[in-house]
Design a protein around this ligand. Structure first.
Ligand code: IMP
Ligand code: MG
Length: 181
């Protein structure tokens, strides 16, 4: 069922990826992850709230045993540009030592969030540590980082939908798009 044009879709200037295109790509990513982790148990660290929809769709397509840990991290504090300051709510009682950890986020922008979490997780001696994002922005970065799994490469534009918000709104758009100016 599509949203009516008078609803939240009316705030979009254009759609980058339709719900169908997202699902097709998420399926491909699930197959890639399955083949890389065959016979193992995945410990997924999902960054809330942005990765909520991506992780929910992806993990239901991955035919492997999975432990799911959710973390809250934020670098955008109600704006359209990263503040550069990463706030992480770290879970007290999770032990990542010896685990095959897959860190999942919605989008790789400055890379500061993933870099910080990678550093913090690797200090806990996981057996392996990989990262996955649905979107990677094409842009120069001060930290050198690329995700092991990436759905789409996009231009350096602010996007909303499929978990991604602007001031708390638009997360529930089934597609990914650019807001009207
Ligand atoms: P980074 O630390 O700059 O890579 O930022 C990553 C976080 O910023 C992501 O987890 C998103 O929540 C948020 N973010 C970055 N770019 C966008 C965007 O275009 N739209 C919405 N949120 C974004
Ligand atoms: Mg986020």
């Amino acid at each position: 069922m599509a949203f009516s044009p008078s609803g939240i879709m009316s705030d979009l200037d254009r759609i980058l990826y339709s719900a169908e295109e997202i699902q097709t790509r998420v399926c491909e990513m699930a197959r890639e992850i399955e083949s890389n982790y065959a016979g193992r148990t995945l410990t997924v660290v999902a960054l809330m709230d942005g990765a909520l929809f991506f992780v929910a769709d992806l993990l239901r397509k991955v035919n492997l045993p999975v432990h799911l840990v959710t973390l809250s991290a934020s670098s955008y504090h109600g704006t359209m540009a990263s503040s550069g300051e990463i706030r992480i709510q770290w879970p007290a009682s999770v032990d990542f030592a010896g685990k095959d950890v897959l860190l999942l986020d919605d989008i790789l922008d400055t890379g500061l969030t993933l870099a910080e979490l990678q550093k913090r997780l690797s200090e806990q001696n996981p057996a392996s540590l990989r990262t996955g994002v649905l979107l990677t922005k094409k842009k120069p970065r001060t930290v050198e980082i690329r995700a092991d799994y990436s759905g789409f490469e996009i231009e350096d534009e602010f996007v909303v939908g499929y978990g991604m918000d602007y001031q708390g709104r638009f997360r529930n758009l089934p597609c990914i798009g650019i807001l009207k100016p």
